[in-house]
Structures are given as C-alpha cells and as structure tokens.
Design a protein around this ligand. Structure first.
Ligand code: ATP
Ligand code: MG
Ligand code: MG
Length: 392
C-alpha cells in the first residue's frame, strides 16, 4: 500500500466517474491527477492533488503533460485519443490501464462487436455499412424493420442510435445521424433489433496480474435510452445471473482488459444472453456497489490500475438499487427525487456538482439498500414518486 501511495494515477476525463475515482483515492490517500477542462465534476474535489492538467483529453500535448507527471494512466471515458495515449505513455515510460489498444477496440462499437464475435461471445446480428451507400447496404442486410442504426464512435446515452421503423425511413434516419451520400458524416453500422425481455449488466474487475472479480448481475432500466434505474441483484433466475457473469468475464479476459469494465447485456425471451456493449471504465450500473458491495467500483478500479489485490465484489446487503438523477425541466424538478429520499431509510445521495441542468443530463444518483427486495422496491418507488417498480 505504501508503494502504491507513492505512485500517481493520471485520469483522462474529469466527469462524474473521474470525480468518484478521486473520492475513492482521497480516502486511501492515493494521489491522482485529472486531465480535463476546469469546472468539470472531478476538479472540484481534488483536495490531495496539485498539478491537475487543464486541457483536452483528446489533445496529444495535454495527454503528454499528464503522462509526464504520472506513473500510470487510466480513463474515465472511452472517447479519448488512443494514439496520443499510447505514444505519451511510451515516451514517459508509464503504464496505461486499460491499455490504449483495449480502449481503441472498445471505442469503435463496430470493431468491438467484431472482436467479441471472434472471442465467441454472443452478440446481436450486425453488419458494416459503406460510407455513401448505407441505404443500399441496409436493404441488402435483410434484418427487417424496425432495425437499429448506430454510429460506430463517440456514442453515449443512445445519441448515436436511430431505430429505422420502415424502409421509407432509411434515408431520414441516416441523415439525422449526419451520415449519407456526402461520405463526410460519421461511420455507421447496423444491428438487428433485439426483442429483449430485460437489460442486465455485470461489472468485471481485472487486475494487472490477470485476477478477476465480477460483481453480481444487475437489472438496468433505461428511460429514453439513458440508464435510469438499477436493481441488484437482477430479478432473474440465479442460473442466468451466473451465465451473465461468465459471459462478461469471458469478454473482459478475451480483450486483455485491466481495470473495471461495465458489460451491458440483453436477456432474450428464450433466456439466451446477448452482449450489447462494454465500457472500459466504471459504469452507471455499478454505482449501487458503493453502498451495497464490499468494494466500490471506483476503489476496485484504482486497485486494478495500481496492482493492489482486488477487493470482494459481493454484496453486503440482500437487495440494493440505484436511481439516476436525470436533468428535467429545471433544477428544482431535477432534484425532487433527492428531496424525497431524505426520509427514506437506506438511501444515499451522490451529487456531481454540475451547475446547469439539461434534459437527460446525469446530475447525480441515489443508492438504496434494503433487507428484502419488496422493501427495496417500496423505498425506490417513494423516491421516484409516481413510477412503480413493484411489478417487474
Ligand atoms: P451508453 O450510454 O450505454 O454508452 P450508447 O449510446 O452506447 O449508450 P447503446 O448501449 O448501443 O447506446 O444503446 C442504448 C440503448 O438502446 C440500449 O441500452 C437498449 O435499450 C437499446 N438498444 C441498443 N441496441 C439495441 C438493439 N440492437 N435492439 C434493441 N434495443 C437496443
Ligand atoms: Mg455506449
Ligand atoms: Mg449502452
């Protein structure tokens, strides 16, 4: 531990995930430096670290400045400049965890799918689309309608996705993502629409020595493509939960990832699981772990990155949940669930310090723990005010 306390972890990105990594680092007296613009959530918190790098995590010079001040680099967002990360790390002799190559594979969702398929991980049917002739390729794919059109890169919160309802909507859907005949737009690919019964996720931690700890399989409920509610463990058969963990571990091991990874999956009506995508960092579906598991995902990530032994990923309470505080019409409406949670036992509020709210913006989250699932759902319903989770 003493040895790790002398190391400096450089984090590309200062969003809420970076902020919560800083929180975990502060408690353990581990030194971290953040690279991002000022005013981002992690910058407010950097009590134990001078020398943050104000800059852009996609800019090679900024990444190099960070690398020159650290012993190990990591990311809190996948949309970084993987080439800059690789060359800066090489030049300054620092480790990158997860590696730039792992980030490179994951940040292009099409490349990620190809990689997962090669590993034998089950995924939805997908096909590449050629720039300029996407329309023809979509028809030729024969996936039927509706069908899911996705940007390969820079995707988050479903913003790079369009559901193409009928053949007549193809051109409009491509254009609304900025693609089309000009060949200048973002590269796109196509996925077959998956008629899932639930979405589930597993956080997988993999240490520098290859040791693996996976967290329980959780259920995720999205609102307008954004994760809104998480229930842990998922309300599904234990055998399916174990299979989800196995698939998630297989995917992360196969990638050679080091650090914590969020693995999103679809549960099909026939109980098959299909992997949707992987995040090479802490993930919304792992926030519940801070109060509900022996080791939070943020501490676990730092342990992986610094070569410390992994902590237990098991739950220390029978049931837990998480509600995202998503931007609503104004700050008052956005924060209403926090107000309601104040009198709910087992609820813990985490706010990210964002000064402005926008529709769907992640402003914070609330974790809830309980002795039974039914108590958990009642507590979560009280915080949600009006939505009922009590029936699956
Ligand atoms: P994130 O914020 O999780 O990174 P993203 O922008 O990368 O999101 P995806 O995870 O690809 O987007 O998709 C967002 C949501 O859209 C999924 O959680 C799921 O609800 C739905 N979705 C994605 N792909 C499919 C599919 N092939 N069939 C059905 N629904 C899908
Ligand atoms: Mg994504
Ligand atoms: Mg996703």
């Amino acid at each position: 531990m003493e040895q790790q306390q002398q190391q400096v972890v450089g984090i590309l990105g200062g969003g809420q995930l970076g902020r919560m990594m800083v929180e975990a680092a502060n408690r353990l007296n581990l030194k971290v430096l953040v690279l991002d613009k000022t005013g981002t959530p992690a910058f407010d918190l950097c009590a134990n670290a001078d020398g943050h790098v104000v800059g852009d995590f996609r800019n090679p010079d900024s990444v190099e400045t960070l690398a020159s001040r650290c012993s190990v680099l990591t990311v809190e967002i996948e949309h970084v400049n993987a080439d800059a990360l690789e060359s800066a790390a090489k030049k300054h002799g620092v480790e990158v965890r997860p590696s730039a190559q792992v980030v490179r594979v994951i940040q292009d969702k099409y490349v990620q799918k190809c990689h997962l398929e090669k590993l034998g991980v089950p995924v939805a049917q997908y096909v590449d689309l050629t720039a300029g002739s996407e329309e023809r390729d979509i028809v030729a794919a024969g996936f039927g309608f509706p069908v899911m059109l996705k940007c390969k890169t820079l995707a988050y919160d479903g913003r790079g996705n369009r559901v193409v309802k009928t053949e007549r909507d193809i051109a409009n859907s491509i254009a609304s993502l900025g693609g089309g005949p000009s060949k200048q737009g973002p590269a796109l690919y196509l996925e077959k629409m998956v008629p899932f019964v639930k979405e589930v996720a597993v956080m997988v931690a993999r240490g520098a020595n290859g040791s693996v700890a996976s967290y329980p399989c959780v259920e995720t409920i999205q609102k307008d493509n954004i994760c809104h509610v998480v229930i842990a463990p998922a309300r599904i058969d234990g055998k399916i939960q174990n299979r989800a963990r196995e698939i998630a571990e297989q995917a992360v091991k196969g990638l050679g990832g080091v650090g914590i990874f969020g693995v999103e999956m679809f549960l099909m009506p026939n109980e098959d699981l299909l992997l949707n995508e992987i995040a090479p960092r802490p993930h919304n579906s792992g926030h519940y772990a801070t109060e509900a598991c022996h080791t939070s995902q943020f501490e676990q990530h730092l342990r992986c990155v610094l070569g410390l032994p992994l902590g237990s990923a098991e739950m220390k309470v029978p049931a837990a949940g998480m509600i995202n505080i998503l931007g609503a019409a104004d700050m008052q409406e956005t924060m209403a669930p926090c107000g309601r949670s104040m009198t709910v036992p087992g609820a813990t509020v985490h706010l990210y310090g964002k000064k402005e709210t926008r529709a769907g913006r992640k402003m914070g989250h609330i974790t809830v723990v309980a002795e039974t699932l039914s108590t958990l759902l009642k507590r979560m319903d009280a915080i949600l005010g009006g939505t009922s989770l009590s029936s699956p």
